[in-house]
Design a protein around this ligand. Sequence first.
Ligand code: ASP
Length: 327
Amino acid sequence: MPRVHLVTTGGTIASRVDPQTGAAVPAVRAEELVAGVPALGRVAEIAVTEICLESSWNLGPDRIAEVARAARAIQADPEVAGVVVTHGTDTLEETAFGLDLLLDGDTPVVLTGAMRDASTAGADGPRNLVSAARVAVAPAARGLGVLVAMNDEIHAARWVMKTHTTALGTFASPGAGPLGAVDGEGVRVFARPARTPQLPLASPEPRVYLVKMASGMDDLLLRALLDARVRGVVIEGSGAGNVCGGWEGAIAALVQAGVPVVLSSRCPGGRVTPTYGAPGGGRRLEGLGVIAAGALSGPKARLALMFALGAGLDAAGLRAYFDRFAG
Ligand code: ASP
């Protein structure tokens, strides 16, 4: 029987409704989570490491680094066929991508969670846990980087995102699609994307902020970040990477102050391209020294910038690193 090492962090998959408040809260410890899904024992022998029992919106990049250190040690164990990480779905895509930046091993690391807590009829946690374990022990999953297995779909960490507040099929990879699926016959992998460019497992720089562009927004937030002397700024622009023209002055001032400004798009799919020349257009932002984030979402570009700055990359190193996401 192959061995799967389960790393737990909390989330809805480990939550129950508190009868006092009627609200779902993380309450199911790792051992109980495993005991509650007997079918797991037919897929693999399970070892467990409980990192925390938290809602995912309260986890941060330091916790991602902690999970990465644990997963790296587990991957080094030749007895372990694969790693499953259970996690809240709200920020699951960020932890998956953060791990993908930091883990270069071939042993599968598969994140999963649940959209319905254990108290709810039709809870999806048990099925997702078993499917994630099946992916984790599948030879076809080796060398793919960090994966997300939810609702019997397999997604790449770099592309996946939570697209619906409550739907079971909330995880999707806009513009790319799933790279595999789990069905009654087994695990199918039908695409093998290039690995995410790696970064050293250093402590992430915390003072990196994300600003989402909206119609007619002035540059107040960017000016405040400049005055606060932050270490990095990520902008989610409109379309192929454009912002309100009135932001150009603040962006230029940030770049001149040595603050890297990384440009993503608020569009779920596609990559930023320096197409337009009107004020705020992507071609003008390129001329101001903004770094393009390729097809990375704003939150994922922010994590890459945090870990890249934490690893000591300078301006040229940052640009060269993000250029590797342009494809
Ligand atoms: N709604 C989330 C979940 O489905 C809760 C969380 O992200 O912790 O897991």
